[in-house]
Ligand binder design. Structure first.
Ligand code: NAD
Length: 502
């Protein structure tokens, strides 16, 4: 029974029994059945946790950054040892195939490694002053407790993108995971605590987890003792969180929905494009923020390419990913996701679409779980459901004749997360990457829009929220920038030649 396996995984990962009891039932999308129980945090728990984080901040900000990095190194060590068990728990709780569950933990390890190096590279600038005997510099100071609100579909990696950077930057972290995936959060919290014991002398309350729904998230959003909230989830959530934070001048990192597109040009390597598109559109059962949802295919290759795509869609193996490594598509997260998918397909038909797939499979075997055949939808134009993100495996395919017009269509949606072009014509590729090309935060060539590495800054524009996480200089969002001017002379020249003689 799945619940027994979950119990032994949580035992193996060291999650204490008192953490695994409570009123909230946790269910697995693999079966739809209950796999455990947890207790949601009360408003008072949340307030106390924030107070603890505030106290931890006073100590942690004084710890030299490379020593903070040592804690993150030890966390990476714990994650390496726990990779298979935690990855399997991700599969059970979020429904991903086994290699993706494990891959998510690998991503946590990668960002820990990155953050350890970063802990010695929190560089500021020295700036040329216009005044004699003056020096200007930029310093980066810790900001304060970071609230991290995460979505169900990356139940552990998104926390680590935030936490690894926030910790080396000198900030405590308070995590409000998705109410759909609390067990993986408890497992990660346990691994963190083990790393903290090994590191020694880590302030109590440096990293904490608050289970619960949006009401618990709202406590973080509304409390001025939390100067930064990084929120990952739907655009509807980000619109509320962003507005509430702005009202109190809190900082936000918003990582919201995507409606990602790719363009397949006549010169593309079609074998490569087919594989990339299949992974990006079908992988994770279409439940990635970077999932490919809109495909523009040049009319000269459209029919041939569609025929190949249809064969892939008809043959891809769907089912319980724990049963076979050949399964490439696991379940949708819940009944609501299935209903949203069916609604979008119905609407597409009303807009003149031809729909292939999209039906429920294995319903008899799993009456409480939602396995679906990914849907390939031939759309006459980019209208109706194509314009919004439906968090399910639906790929809308449209024809194009002129690349500039295709790019315009590509950009004519509310989201701006990820995008890609398939072409071996350097002018087409460079146009797509240029200022006149894709308007997204991630713009790829000859790979799909999903499956980012941690080394680059991750995030997108428009209704995706504008936040950036993970690599490059995303760490700056977790710090307070200070500009300092030092006068080492005996005069007091004023900037811009202003005179003020007293
Ligand atoms: P969701 O918006 O339903 O929930 C996300 C989190 O926000 C949960 O923890 C939830 O409890 C919390 N929440 C919801 N409303 C809140 C509020 N008003 N105040 C505070 N917290 C609140 O999203 P989901 O269904 O878990 O995830 C799917 C969505 O997440 C998709 O839209 C997907 O594109 C997006 N996503 C984006 C990224 C990214 O990096 N851009 C990554 C993963 C997922």
């Amino acid at each position: 029974m799945l619940a027994n396996e979950v119990t032994s995984l949580l035992d193996h990962l060291g999650v204490s029994a008192d953490r695994r009891t409570g009123a909230r039932a946790v269910r697995s999308p693999l079966t739809g059945k209950t796999i455990g129980h947890v207790q949601d945090a009360s408003q008072q728990d949340a307030a106390e946790t924030i107070a603890l984080a505030e106290a931890a901040f006073r100590r942690w900000r004084e710890v030299p950054p490379p020593r903070r990095g040592e804690l993150v190194r030890l966390l990476g060590h714990e994650l390496r040892a726990a990779r298979d068990a935690l990855g399997r728990l991700v599969t059970i709780e979020a429904g991903k195939i086994v290699s993706e569950g494990r891959g998510e933990v690998q991503e946590m390890i990668d960002i820990c490694d990155f953050a350890v190096g970063l802990s010695r590279q929190l560089y500021g600038l020295t700036i040329a002053s216009e005044r004699p005997h003056h020096r200007m510099m930029e310093q980066w100071h810790p900001l304060g407790p970071a609230g991290v609100i995460t979505s169900f579909n990356f139940p552990v990696a998104v926390w680590s993108w935030n936490a690894a950077l926030a910790l080396v930057c000198g900030n405590p972290v308070i995590w409000k995971p998705s109410e759909k995936t609390p067990l993986t959060a408890l497992a990660v919290q346990t691994l963190f605590e083990r790393a903290a014991v090994r590191a020694g002398n880590i302030p109590h309350g440096l990293c904490t987890v608050l289970l619960g729904g949006r009401d618990v998230g709202e406590v973080l959003v509304n409390d001025p003792r939390v100067p930064l909230v990084s929120a990952t989830g739907s655009t509807a959530m980000g619109r509320e969180v962003g507005t509430q934070l702005a009202r109190r001048f809190g900082r936000s990192i918003l990582e919201l929905g995507g409606n990602n597109g790719s363009i397949v040009c006549p010169s593309a390597n079609l074998d490569l494009a087919l594989r990339a598109i299949a992974f990006a559109a079908i992988g994770t059962a279409g439940q990635r923020c970077t999932t490919l949802r809109r495909l523009f295919v040049h009319d000269s290759i459209h029919d041939e390419f569609m025929a190949r795509l249809k064969r892939v869609y008809a043959s891809v193996r769907i089912g319980d990913p724990l049963k076979s490594d050949e399964v490439l598509v696991g379940p949708l997260i819940d009944a609501a996701a299935f209903e949203n998918m069916q609604r979008a397909l119905k609407e597409a038909r009303a807009h003149g679409a031809q729909v292939h797939g999209g039906e429920r499979v294995d319903e008899k075997q799993f009456p409480d779980a939602y396995y679906v055949r990914p849907a390939l939808v031939e759309m006459p134009a980019q209208t109706g459901p194509v314009l919004v993100e439906t968090f399910a495996p639906i790929l809308y395919v449209m024809k194009y004749t002129d690349l500039d017009a295709a790019i315009e269509q590509h950009n004519a949606v509310a989201h701006g997360l990820s995008s890609s072009i398939f072409s071996t014509d350097m002018r087409e590729v460079e146009t797509f990457l240029s200022v006149a090309g894709s308007d997204c935060g991630i713009v790829n060539a000859n790979i799909g829009p999903s499956g980012a590495e941690i080394g680059g800054a991750f995030g997108g524009e428009k209704e995706t929220g504008g936040g950036r996480e993970a690599g490059s200089d995303a760490w700056k969002a977790y710090m307070r920038r200070v500009t300092s001017t030092v006068n080492y002379g005996d005069d007091l020249p004023l900037a811009q030649g202003v005179r003020f003689d007293i």
